[in-house]
Structures are given as C-alpha cells and as structure tokens.
Design a protein around this ligand. Structure first.
Ligand code: GUN
Ligand code: ZN
Length: 435
C-alpha cells in the first residue's frame, strides 16, 4: 500500500489521547500533548515520536507552531448529500422528501455517482477527516464508486448500499431479493479489501419492510465482521411514525434489536429520543451512537443527551451527518456539540470532543490498532492545523492561559480554513501555505 513512500518526520505540537477523558475534566491526563516534537512516519505508519530532529535520511516537514492531530473520523455522513447541504426550511421527514431523495435519485447515473464520490472524498479530507462511515445511495454503482475512490486515496472507509424498499420515491426503492443479491456482490468485492469495510446500511426503520430488516439481520449474524449503520430516534415525528409502523415494538431501538441489528458493530446516528432501557441495551451490545450536532441543530431535531449516554456506558462518536449537518468539518460540529450541551445545562470539554472524533471513534469501531492516535504501528492518517486563522482567533490564542483554553478556542473558532496539511497513510493530500 505504502511502498515508495519516503520516511517522513513531521514537526509540530502533537496532540492525541491515551485514554478517555472524564466528563467536565479540563485538567485531564487523557490528552497527550507534546509541544514541538517530531512525528516519524515510515512505510505509511507511525514509527515513533521524538523531541530532537531525526537524521537527514528523514524527509522533514516543518509545521512548527501548528497542531498535529490524528485525522478526524466522521462516523456518519452521506456522500450524495453535499448537493443539499444548507437547504432551507424543514424538519427531517419533509427535508428528506423535498431535498434529499431527489439528490440521491440522481446517483442512479454511474457517471454522476463517480464524480460525486471523488468530489465528496476530496472535500472530506480537505475538512480534516481522513476516515468515515458513509451512506452512499440505494444504487449499487454509488457504492462501487465510493469504495473505488477511497481505495485510490488509501482511505479507511466503511460504507454500504442503502436499503429501502418502502416509503420513498419509486426510483429509490429496492426489494428484498435484489438487495440480497447486490449486497452479497458488494460484500464479496469490497469487505476487508485494504482499508475498506462493508456496513449493512438500513436507511431507517420506516423505509424498510420487516422482511428487509430481517434480511439485514441475517447478514449481520452470518458475518459478525460486517458493520451496521442506520438512523435512530432523531426526530419526534419520525419516532411517532416508527411506533405506528411497528406497534408491537417496545421502542424504536427495539425494532432494530428484534431484527438482529443491535450489536458491537452497530453505528446508530443521533439517538436523541431514547429512554433508559434503550440506553442500557445499546451499552450492553457495545454499539455506538454517532452524535451529529450540526444536523441536530439545523433540522431542529433535539438536544442529544451525551452525558446520559456516557453514564449508561455507551460509546459516543462524532459525526457531521452532511447534508442534514451544515459542515463536513468536525471542528464546526464540536463547536455545535458544545452549544447543545450548554443548552442542556452541561459543559463539553475540548478533550471530550476531540477524543470522540479520534481515539474514541476508533475504539468504537474496533479500529484503534489502525487509526485515531499516534501509537507506534498505527497508520499515519494525520492532520496539521493552524491554531488560529484571523485576527480575533489569533488574539484569543495569544491570551490563553492554559492548554485547554487554547485548544478549546481553536475548537470553537476553527474550521477547514485552519487545516494546513492532511496525510493519509503518510501521503500528503492537502498542503496549504501558512495562514
Ligand atoms: N433519517 C433517514 N434518512 C436520513 C438522512 O438522510 N439524514 C438524516 N439526518 N436522517 C435520516
Ligand atoms: Zn444521516
């Protein structure tokens, strides 16, 4: 994969995590901050960290004064929805009908899907995200296009054909038999190939018949290395609809659990409208919630109970959920997450947010040996950030008294314009001049 990539030494202020920070702890020992150090990358992997410069056999990339972090991991994002980001005027169900489904229908065209996949992945990396869990569309070609584009870039990507066999426009519907055939073909082609993995991708309970949910469950049971991704309890009208469609289920989550879709590799986007029994079940399964803050605010979905989820023992990761979300940049989503917690009377530390987008997400996905930190032997997916862009942010950084204060101001004020460089498996994909 990385043959021919030189030995690289990145100089900068290295920040990663050795453990999960506790809620509210700004003085946490979990972040590992190594000011003005060298990150060594060999054959696309982290080879070590040192405080003094390595010898001339290493290609030196001098990012002095910049923050160097593991690339962010976006655990829930829709590749075809770049075209409907920032669409005015509705909550979830109308937004799907008015904006999202028409955009996804255009991906029936293979050329459109291919161009869209390339555009999407380049945009993702340009926003500081080097790994993602992605919804393409119901079309097999959109899945092939996305995986192929990720493979070309050497990216860690988890995705799968969107399943929906009811309650969507006819051009977006599949059926149980064709879905089974296509999934088997796609899993055979992509699952476990390089850095790619397949996720059984149920859009959400309302758009799959019980027979299709059962098919998804059978696949998960047959191969526990498959991921499962879907939406869960995002919006109140959606939750009511699920209760109407599945009157026998105790809760929305229960629909998935009964179908065999609640397991260690399940990624549930949102999880806002849950009760204690749901939270306990998600925690017991070891599944994760992909918290999508900018989407939750933009679509008016609700305030995610991060602290309750954590208290229940649920793994919480961070996601953009573009196009419901308003930025691919996870920094912007962290700022929104902070504001959501503030509205709920809680405080989200920068440590908690950054951990959720790096090591926390990697652990939730079972990929901590590959991504999310600077541990030796992990793959060198690395992003380099300017601490401040613009006069106000620069001033704020200058007067910060503690490390948390400085990093928090970067998190709240920064976005993709702060991204100076991005490396995927040691290859540079973004390289911007100093701000
Ligand atoms: N629920 C079902 N589909 C979607 C989607 O595309 N975006 C969001 N945010 N929620 C959904
Ligand atoms: Zn979504």
């Amino acid at each position: 994969m990385s043959a021919g990539v030189p030995r690289i030494a990145l100089r900068g202020d290295l920040l990663d995590f050795t453990a999960a920070p506790a809620w509210g702890d700004t003085e946490s020992a979990a972040p590992r901050y190594r000011a003005d150090h060298w990150l060594l990358i060999e054959q696309g992997r982290i080879a070590g960290v040192r405080s003094d410069p390595p010898d001339a056999s290493w290609e030196q990339h001098d990012h002095r004064g910049r923050l160097v972090l593991p690339g962010f991991i976006d655990t829930h994002v829709h590749s075809p929805q770049i075209d409907v980001i920032a669409s005015y005027g509705s909550e979830l169900l109308d937004w799907l009908t008015d904006h999202t489904f028409p955009a996804e229908a255009r991906h029936a065209d293979a050329e459109h899907a291919q161009a869209g996949a390339v555009y999407f992945l380049d945009a993702l990396v340009g926003h500081g995200t080097t790994s993602a869990v992605v919804f393409p569309t119901v079309h097999k070609g959109s899945v092939d296009a996305l995986f192929a584009a990720a493979e070309t870039r050497g990216m860690r990507l988890i995705a799968g054909k969107v399943l929906m066999d009811r309650h969507a426009p006819p051009e977006l519907l599949d059926d149980v038999d064709s879905a089974e055939r296509e999934m088997e073909e796609l899993i055979g082609r992509w699952h476990g190939r390089g850095r790619l993995a397949y996720a059984v991708t149920v859009r959400f309970a309302p758009t799959s018949t019980p027979a299709q949910l059962a098919l998804a469950g059978r696949l998960c049971r047959a191969d526990p290395s498959l991921y499962l991704q879907t939406h869960l309890a995002e919006n109140r009208a959606e939750v009511r609809w699920v209760h109407e469609l599945f009157p026998q289920a105790r809760s929305y989550l229960d629909v998935y659990a009964e179908a065999g879709l609640l397991h260690r590799r399940s990624v549930f986007a949102h999880g806002i409208w849950l009760d204690d029994a749901d939270r306990a079940a998600i925690a017991a399964a070891g599944a994760q919630i992909a918290h999508s803050p900018s989407s939750n605010l933009f679509l008016g979905s609700g305030l995610f109970g991060w602290r309750a989820a954590e208290a229940a023992g649920i793994r919480v990761s961070l996601a953009s959920d573009v196009g419901g979300g308003t930025s691919l940049c996870l920094l912007r989503n962290m700022a929104d997450a902070y504001k959501i917690q503030a509205l709920a009377g809680e405080r989200l530390t920068a440590w908690k947010a950054l951990h959720a987008a790096t090591r926390g997400a990697a652990e939730a996905l079972g990929l901590e040996a590959e991504i999310g930190s600077f541990e030796t032997g992990t793959i060198a997916d690395v992003c380099v950030w300017d601490v401040a862009v613009g006069a106000v942010a620069r001033r704020r950084a200058e007067v910060a008294r503690t490390l948390h204060e400085r990093i928090f101001a970067w998190m709240m004020l920064g976005d993709e314009r702060n991204l100076a460089a991005a490396y995927i498996a040691g290859r540079r994909h973004v390289d911007r001049p100093a701000a």
